[in-house]
Design a protein around this ligand. Structure first.
Ligand code: NAP
Length: 426
C-alpha cells in the first residue's frame, strides 16, 4: 500500500515530537502502511531539533505545504489566525487532510473549517487540541453518542492546575508560585492566556461543540481565571473539605447551553478534586449510561505527540468522519442559558473591619437577596487588621448571590471585593 504522505508545519515542542515518533517502525506495522514525511516548514532551518533536519525537504512558506504532494498537512504552528489559518484553509481546499493541535484556531474558525473539509472530502482532526494525551475528542465524537452528553466538566489547563496544587501544598502566594512555574517551564513568559482562563475556554468550546452539536462559540461563555485566588481561600476550602480547581463546564440546561470557565470548590476525595499538578481531566455525563472520567497529561511533547499520531494512524486507514462528529451543516448556533440562572451553593469570603454590626449588615443583604447561609467561619488576624468572614450558602442562583454581593460591596465596613466561588457537584 502507498505510504501516507505527511507535510509538517511547525517543528517545535509538538511538531518535533511528531517527527521523532514517526520514525518508530511499529507505527507502519500497526497502520499497515508507511507514514512518510514529504516536506517540513519552520522558521529557523538551522535550529538543533534533536533529529536530522537535513533529511527533510524544507519549504520556507508554510502555506505552500498545501501545494506539495502530501495527503495530510499537520499544522503545529499555533495562533488563531495568520499562517495557521491560511495553511489550514489552503490544505483543505486542495483536498488534503489537516491534523492540528491548535485549539485557538478551531475555537474561532472550527465550524467553517469543518465545512470546508467536508466539501473537499477530507478530514479535520484535532485530538491534540484538547487535554493533550487524553483521547477526549474521539470519545465525545465517536463513543459517548447513544444517549448524548448532558454535562462536560474538565480541568483543561495544566499550568493553572499546577499553580493551584502548589499554592495548596506550600502555602505560597499565587505570584510566588507563578514565578516558580515560569522558571520551571510550566508557565509561559506571558501567562495571561493560561491564568486568565482563555486557554481553558478555547478547549471548552470545542468540547461543547462535540457534546452538543453546536458551532464552537467563544462569545457566550463566562470566563474567570485564577488570579484572584488567595492562599486564604485555599486554606478555607480545605477546612470545609474542598479543593479549588479551575474548571471548564459546559451543561445542557432546559433554557440552553451554559458554558463557563471558573474557579470551583470541588469536594476533596472526588475524581476531579484529586487531579494534581500539570494533569488534566474531563468528566462527561452520558445520561443513562452514567459518568465517564478521563485523566492524563494535558500538555508536553509526548502526550500531545501521541494524540497527533493517533489522528494520523486513523487517516492511514481512511478512518474519518465529520470533524465535530456530525455534518458541519447541522451544527447549530449555540443557544446560551442565562448564566445568572445557574444554581449552586457558594463559598463567599468577605474582608471586613472588626467593628460591631458588620455581620448583621452582610447577613441582611444576603437575606434580602434570598441567599441563606449553611455555615460560617470568622477568623481574626491581629488587632486592628481586617477580619475574614467565610460563608457557605445553601443552593441559590448566581444572580441572587451577585445581587447580594453588589449591595455588600457598597458597605464602608467591607474591605476589598468579596470572593465568590461556586461549589461544584462531585
Ligand atoms: N506544547 C504543548 O504541550 C501543546 C499541547 C497541546 C496543543 N498544543 C498546540 O500545538 C501547537 C504547537 O505548539 P508547540 O508547543 O509545539 O509550539 P512551539 O514549540 O512554539 O512550536 C511552534 C513551531 O512553529 C514554527 N513556526 C512559527 N511560525 C511559523 C511560520 N510563520 N512558518 C513556519 N513555521 C512557523 C516554529 O518554528 P521555529 O522552531 O523555527 O521557531 C516552531 O517550530 C499550538 O497550536 C499549541 O496550542 C501544544
Amino acid at each position: 500500500m502507498k505510504p501516507l504522505k505527511i507535510a509538517m508545519a511547525g517543528l517545535g515542542t509538538v511538531g518535533g515530537g511528531v517527527v521523532k515518533a514517526l520514525a518508530n517502525p511499529e507505527l507502519a506495522e500497526r497502520a499497515g502502511r508507511e507514514l512518510e514525511i514529504v516536506a517540513v516548514s519552520a522558521r529557523d532551518t538551522r535550529k538543533a531539533r534533536g533529529f536530522d533536519t537535513a533529511a527533510f525537504k524544507w519549504i520556507s512558506d508554510a502555506v505552500a505545504l498545501a501545494k506539495t504532494d502530501a495527503d495530510v498537512v499537520v499544522e503545529l504552528i499555533g495562533g488563531e489566525d495568520g499562517v495557521a489559518l491560511s495553511l489550514a484553509e489552503a490544505a483543505l481546499a486542495s483536498g488534503k487532510h489537516v491534523v492540528t493541535g491548535n485549539k485557538a484556531l478551531l475555537a474561532k474558525h472550527g465550524a467553517r473549517l469543518a465545512a470546508l473539509a467536508e466539501r473537499n472530502g477530507v478530514a479535520l482532526k484535532f485530538e491534540a487540541a484538547v487535554a493533550g494525551g487524553i483521547p477526549i475528542v474521539k470519545a465525545l465524537r465517536e463513543s459517548l453518542v447513544a444517549y448524548g452528553v448532558e454535562t462536560v466538566r474538565g480541568i483543561l489547563n495544566g499550568t493553572c492546575n499546577y499553580i493551584l496544587t502548589q499554592m495548596e501544598a506550600t502555602g505560597r502566594s499565587f505570584a510566588e508560585v507563578l514565578a516558580e512555574a515560569q522558571k520551571l517551564g510550566y508557565a509561559e513568559a506571558d501567562p495571561e492566556l493560561d491564568i486568565g482562563g482563555g486557554d481553558t475556554a478555547h478547549k471548552l468550546v470545542l468540547l461543547a461543540s462535540l457534546a452538543f452539536g453546536t458551532i464552537p462559540d467563544q462569545k457566550n461563555i463566562a470566563v474567570e481565571g485564577i488570579k484572584a485566588i488567595t492562599t486564604e481561600d485555599i486554606r478555607f476550602a480545605r477546612e470545609f473539605g474542598f479543593r479549588i480547581k479551575l474548571l471548564g463546564i459546559a451543561r445542557r440546561t432546559r433554557d440552553g447551553i451554559d458554558q463557563r470557565v471558573q474557579p470551583s470548590m470541588v469536594r476533596a476525595g472526588t475524581p476531579l478534586a484529586d487531579v494534581d499538578g500539570v494533569f488534566n481531566a474531563v468528566m462527561a455525563n452520558a445520561g443513562p449510561a452514567g459518568r465517564y472520567f478521563f485523566e492524563g497529561r494535558g500538555a508536553g511533547e509526548a502526550p500531545t505527540t501521541m494524540s497527533v499520531v493517533a489522528d494520523l494512524v486513523d487517516l492511514t486507514r481512511g478512518n474519518f468522519g465529520p470533524a465535530f462528529g456530525r455534518p458541519a451543516a447541522t451544527l447549530k448556533p449555540l443557544s446560551p442559558a442565562d448564566p445568572g440562572a445557574a444554581v449552586s451553593a457558594y463559598y463567599l469570603r468577605f474582608e471586613v473591619l472588626d467593628v460591631p454590626g458588620v455581620l448583621a449588615e452582610i447577613a441582611g443583604h444576603l437575606a434580602e437577596a434570598r441567599v441563606s447561609i449553611g455555615s460560617m467561619v470568622q477568623r481574626a488576624r491581629s488587632p486592628g487588621e481586617p477580619v475574614s468572614i467565610v460563608m457557605i450558602t445553601h443552593e441559590t442562583s448566581q444572580a441572587s448571590v451577585e445581587r447580594a454581593l453588589k449591595a455588600i460591596a457598597t458597605s464602608d465596613k467591607v474591605r476589598a471585593r468579596p470572593c465568590m466561588i461556586p461549589m461544584e457537584a462531585a
